[in-house]
Design a protein. Structure first.
Length: 185
């Protein structure tokens, strides 16, 4: 899939959410083998899963991280955003490997993300909630869209005040869903 500024499309779904497509197709890809260090977490009433790279210097891991970085860069260019306005899903850490934040796909309060274990016989009744901490897995990700909570400039305040609000409060970021998790032993 060729991802560049001309192939990425943003379509408004609701006020602050835009669907992201590449040549009219969903953007889905498998991660390399990664670590799920914390299991499933809840932030802002959303189920999330953090994916830690196993080796920041491994070419396959670098390629995976660069795909996400490239998509973020294209969004910043298309929307003319600076680094203060864009919230990246890639968390760079000094003492540990980088983490990619993603969401568990939900629909009408039901988990749509599926999970498969390498040892199917031993884990046939396990669900996504049985994924513990420090689990090695491959994950099918979907770069679904962006959220955009920038405020429009106000006419009754100075340009400096509008710029201050822009730098402090305006954020745009990717929405990345986990479609499937393949858990290794």
């Amino acid at each position: 899939m060729q991802i560049d500024k001309t192939t990425i499309e943003l379509n408004k779904v609701v006020d602050n959410i835009f669907k992201l497509k590449c040549n009219n197709k969903d953007i889905k890809f498998w991660t390399p083998k990664i670590l799920i260090p914390f299991g499933i977490e809840t932030e802002y009433n959303k189920k999330i899963i953090k994916l830690e790279l196993l080796d920041n210097n491994d070419p396959e891991q670098i390629y995976f991280k660069n795909i996400i970085s490239k998509i973020e860069k294209i969004i910043k260019e298309k929307l003319e955003l600076d680094d203060n306005e864009f919230k990246t899903v890639i968390r760079t850490r000094e003492k540990y490997n980088d983490i990619i934040e993603s969401k568990i796909k939900m629909g009408r309060n039901h988990v749509l993300t599926s999970v498969e274990f390498k040892d199917k016989d031993k884990n046939y009744l396990k669900t996504i909630y049985d994924i513990g901490k420090n689990v090695n897995a491959k994950v099918l990700l979907e770069v679904n869209g962006i959220w955009d909570y920038r405020t429009t400039p106000k006419d009754d305040v100075s340009k400096e005040e509008n710029n201050k609000v822009k730098k402090e409060n305006n954020k745009v970021g990717l929405i990345i869903y986990v479609h499937k998790i393949y858990v290794y032993e």
